[in-house]
Design a protein around this ligand. Sequence first.
Ligand SMILES: Nc1ncnc2c1ncn2[C@@H]1O[C@H](COP(=O)(O)OP(=O)(O)OP(=O)(O)O)[C@@H](O)[C@H]1O
Length: 355
Amino acid sequence: MITTEQVLDALRKVQDPELHKSIVELNMVRNILVQGWSVSLEIILTIQGCPLKAKIQQDVEEAIQGLGASEVHISFGSMTDEERAALTAALRKDSTTTNGMPAMLQEDSGVTFITITSGKGGVGKSTVSVNLAIALAGLGKRVGLIDADIYGFSVPAMMGITESPTMIDKMAIPVESHGVKVISMGFFAGNNAPVMWRGPMLNKWIRNFLAQTHWGELDYVLLDLPPGTGDVAIDVAAMIPQAKEIIVTTPQATASFVATRAGSMALHTKHEILGVVENMAYYEDPDGTKKYLLGKGGGDRLADTLQTQVIARIPFAQPEENMQTSVYDEDSILGEIYSSLAEEIDYRLMGSSER
Ligand SMILES: Nc1ncnc2c1ncn2[C@@H]1O[C@H](COP(=O)(O)OP(=O)(O)OP(=O)(O)O)[C@@H](O)[C@H]1O
């Protein structure tokens, strides 16, 4: 004979796949009825037509069958507006402090911010952001990625994300892809429409990305900034003074020269520079010969100017790589370089932080 308490206890371990909280804690479980070895109950979904209904159903069934139940009947409903408002308020409390500041910006939040920036476009800043985020997640870290390249967002396409975040009232649940929680302007600008807002609007979006998103607990937040030293970069610098910075350049003289400006801004805003990533550093022939298609030395020059180091030299991807998305296979040469970079960064930051 199973008891209602046992069912409730078993369901405490079942999490909402998006909110990563127990469905019991989220008040999604109602009307449990136990008759011998048969259990029926109601699951109240946060939104109607929840795309993860099948997953929740499977997890609930497994949890109850684990108690020895021979039959499990689940009926589904959705939260009322009032219930959803209460849930949003609770989620917001997790994400925002009493004075309205994004909770993850507080010093004791345990979140390490890394901004990825470049002097000019097209050097691979977003590619580095995406692959570094995935590599950090591969180390078992809880990673969020904010595509803060508001005008030129590309992260969803690069990661092959086709779905949009679930919205619970005005709170967004980030989309998870390759183990990384992602939020991007691309999710909110319909049909790939160009984004033409100006400074104050942008500031609001970045703030929303931090505070109006249910991130859950994270170790790292990576921000893919727009190239250069525009509004967003300045806002982020002011909003997240504790952010560490990675500057991406190619070996080309002009790219590294322009990147110096982005780096100088980091020094000026007192962002710690983690180092320079030299992307498209060389092309490696099958026989191992390296061809320096874009020249040599841009990364080193930039690192010298900014008194930092080149922390990775990433070659050109082989033609057969990243056909569908810009995510490199973990076992590829590039994938391995990103894994080492993630390990080095994690070692440096975890070693130097108090966590
Ligand atoms: N190591 C690499 N090998 C081959 N192609 C690369 C490499 N790194 C980036 N690319 C390609 O170069 C192009 C530009 O990369 P990406 O969009 O990451 O640059 P970006 O600096 O973020 O540019 P923007 O700021 O304009 O968005 C993309 O098509 C990407 O797939």
